[in-house]
Design a protein around this ligand. Sequence first.
Ligand code: HDE
Length: 697
Amino acid sequence: MPSSADTTPQRDENKKEEQLAAFREDPTGQILTTDQGVRVTSTDDSLKADARGPTLLEDFHLREKIMRFDHERIPERVVHARGAGAHGFFQVYKPLSHYTSAAFLQDPAMRTPVFVRFSTVVGSRGSADTVRDVRGFAAKFYTSEGNFDLVGNNMPVFFIQDGIKFPDLVHALKPNPRMEIPQAQSAHDSFWDFVSLTPETAHMVMWVMSDRSIPRSYRMMEGFGVHTFRLIDAQGSARLVKFHWKPVLGAHALVWEEAQLIAGKDPDYHRRDLWDAIELGHPVEFELGLQVIAEQDAERYGFDLLDPTKLLPEEVVPVELVGKLTLDRNPTNYFAEVEQVAFCVGNVVPGIDFTNDPLLQARLFSYLDTQITRLGGPNFAELPINRPVAPVHNNQHDGLARHTINSGAANYLPNSLGRGYPKPAGAGEGGYDHYAERIAGHVVRARSPSFSDHFSQARLFLDSQSVYERAHLVDALCFELGKVEREAVRQRVIDAILVQIDPALAAEVALVLGITVSPHPTPAHSTTTLAASPALSLATIKHPSIATRRIAALVARGHDATSLAAIIRDLESRGASVEVVSTVLGEVPGKTEGGTRAVRLLLNTPSVLFDGLIIADGVESAEELASHEPAVRFTAEAFRHCKTVAAVGAGQRLLDAAGVPTDGAGIIRAQTAEKAGSQFIAALAKHRHWSRKTGTA
Ligand code: HDE
């Protein structure tokens, strides 16, 4: 009897064909040429004086081919080198003219094209996706008034308050300059040395040690603009704004051990997850949220809105959901699009403006400047992925790698030879007007005293975590600081940072590190105890859908193919994807006629790549799986990582062999396929069953 899983390889094949067909250029009939258009007769042998003789310098095809190869790489990004991107569009829910004049935020019928690049921060371009790190969330809106880039992260605050410290932060985070170790992680001396000496990092360190830094998927994390920006309406009135992205699938995290295992088993996990979801027809959706604050309320909240180490709790100023981003198209060519995309914080459109946040101000310089080295010159805005849809007319014509061939003799203003064009926008012609903020003061190299409370919000974040999240955070601190070799650095992190956030937290970590908290006669920093913000806990951002979740169905010879097919149908009808994993590939015979097609081998398929596990019924199948070491490991690991594990009928034999208890959260032992299916779906929607570790929900 054919099960729905039988179609999977066929579907994969069809997808591949479609992908190939999607290339814009059909190569059929093309003749190979040099870059000069000269037809090439052979590309496998270089030109030689005699078949066994020296290669000739005059072989222009060889020289060109090798020259092009030698220069295939461009400098990777200094930070955020590792990433993945997707195309899509943005639509506003209703006109936002009461906040901003930005044209793309006015008409719900208008679809603004968007390209998004997600990234890690620390690792180099070839590093693993699931490392503990901040994730970049950069969106380029190709609006009718020019490009708007919202270059954010998956955390709402940052490590430092002033951009002048960014090179120090990044040097401390990156591998040791002597031997370039360790790659893509902060669990080393220099990062924690910097933290211990830089109290303003405290709040961000709490975020990075939390589950936010090991997202399950780029599709399942929040995004934040971090800085306070300004929205300007058509009358020129300004409001302060914080930008948010809310994932429609909810926000979910990996288990730390799972993240580390995936880094070895599938370093491309997040890339692949994004790619596969879009290929399988599951668009990736985020809602755009705004926290809008009246200019006169800027000082109401007990902290400075210009300080990027602070957040504005959603319970204090709610996030207004104003539109939806849908990512529904994968890139055609990774290099041309994902690698060459150049985001720039300074890319704003009329109706959106900056504030004096000193971190933001430094970024305004950096993003334009960095492209000169990375993309080799000033004409990077002409690359297809960076080109605005709005027309471009100016006198900046020259420079390396210019594509546009400008005509006309007047490349200056004012001119009469070009009848005065291109002329600056006049009144009512959509020109960008900077907000006329009143500035008065002395030129000083100083930090505002309003930025000085580094610990109240760090404690707010900690206090807002659920029991299991706090436990994960403590474990992460112990893991990271346990790798710090210098005891003085560990001690300083405890004494100067953790104890200031929460003495109990410091004591817990110090105990594991085998050190004692130094006595502090008086608190070194004055802090305020803030009301917990439930919105900061991932536990509150669940989404009861199993759409796009990956489930492994374990089968062996003699399984009940009929009941398994019913469960698979049920799961796939809710948007989940089920992959049949077995001891052999291809058709696995069932206990009666028919069977199920296995698309993955237990031998090389780890449980960490799946969100849940279902074991088929059938005595013979269960016996074989229970005595197959990879199947037992698969099951035990899925259970240890708090995933939903289910078995139908005799399949429970494998649960027993893997040491899975008879009952508990997310453990499903059912006699019938119907029961197993419905219980499995409900349990899977909870994402993970953390109470297995902490004893609490
Ligand atoms: Fe970046 N950052 N950054 N950053 N950043 C870059 O730009 C920089 C900061 C962020 O997918 C670089 O084109 C400075 C905060 C993302 O292409 C570089 C400062 C936030 C991406 C740069 C910051 C970010 C970058 C590297 C302190 C969250 C990836 C290559 C003043 C709001 C964009 C490049 C992509 C990339 C500089 C701080 C997010 C070197 C100087 C805060 C998502 O220009």
